[in-house]
Design a protein around this ligand. Structure first.
Ligand SMILES: [Zn+2]
Length: 286
């Protein structure tokens, strides 16, 4: 279902100057290196003012760069992924991926989400899941292939639902112990094998806060590489039941009046988009 607010949110328009996938790079060509590992991203040592702060300029040297994953081309510039050494990110105090993403513009968000997803996949699919042989990257698509049994492994994408539960003039918001103090947000969870997104909405909301929902409205999606989620954002209308929660995964959940909301997640997150777009729909200025 098309929603008129959808275009205001990151990742709702094509990133026209980003060509995805492995491609060839010539010796001596200017490249951008993204160095990721352990959920962190290295700040560029020689940052350029017109590039994201995590993108390191370098010149392609086949001896040093041949084995790195090519993420694609951004504005014609080849982007390569360099995986951190074990313990390097912590030792050098790199900022975490979440903080980089939340301060990114639309293009930076796409590039970084792609790099982080590929980094996670590279780290975790070095061996064939069927026969145990060391896998090799393919040159024509994002895939690693087993040279022995030819099983191909693609970067993982795990669909999740995220939903704003509403009734009349109130929103159901919850907080997890992992959130910043005082912040309340929407509900989210992974879609399980064999389930539709709608079934996951019914199940997750019932499991987390004990209420029945329906009248789903799809708003938009966002890549969220923690570690490889694709968030599918919905509004869900309350249908019945009293709020109850386990006190572990959810430490508090309650109804908030539209004009008296608690501290919310940052604006780049899909959770905040679901809330802000609802308020706009109801005539509030956000
Ligand atoms: Zn194999």
């Amino acid at each position: 279902m098309w929603h008129p607010l959808q275009a205001d949110f990151p990742q709702q328009s094509p990133l026209n100057d980003f060509e995805r996938g492995p491609l060839s790079v010539q010796a001596g060509e200017l490249i951008g290196l993204v160095c990721c590992g352990s959920g962190c991203v290295r700040p560029a040592l020689n940052p350029r003012s017109d590039w994201p702060g995590w993108l390191e300029p370098d010149v392609f040297d086949p001896q040093r760069h041949q084995r790195l994953v090519v993420i694609g081309r951004w504005q014609g510039l080849p982007l390569l992924l360099q995986l951190a050494h074990r313990g390097q990110a912590r030792k050098e105090g790199w900022p975490d991926l979440r903080s980089w993403l939340l301060q990114s513009d639309a293009a930076g968000f796409d590039l970084l989400a792609t790099a982080a997803g590929l980094a996670n996949w590279e780290e975790q699919h070095r061996f064939c899941g069927r026969c145990g042989t060391r896998t090799q990257p393919r040159q024509d698509e994002y895939a690693r292939e087993c040279p022995r049994c030819h099983l191909r492994q693609y970067p993982r994408v795990s669909p999740c639902i995220i939903t704003l539960v509403w009734k009349e003039d109130a929103l159901l918001l919850a907080r997890s112990p992992r959130f910043a103090p005082g912040v309340y947000s929407t509900l989210a969870g992974f879609i399980e094998t064999g389930e539709s997104a709608e079934q996951a909405l019914h199940r997750e909301v019932m499991e987390e806060v004990g209420v029945a929902v329906g009248n789903f409205r799809y708003l938009g999606s966002q890549s969220w590489p923690f570690p490889h989620s694709l968030m599918l954002g919905y509004w869900a209308e309350y249908q019945g039941g009293d709020i109850h929660f386990d006190g572990v995964e959810i430490e508090d959940a309650r109804w908030y009046a539209l004009d008296d909301l608690p501290p919310l997640p940052p604006p780049t997150s899909i959770s905040r988009y679901l809330i802000d777009s609802f308020l706009q729909w109801r005539g509030f200025n956000v």
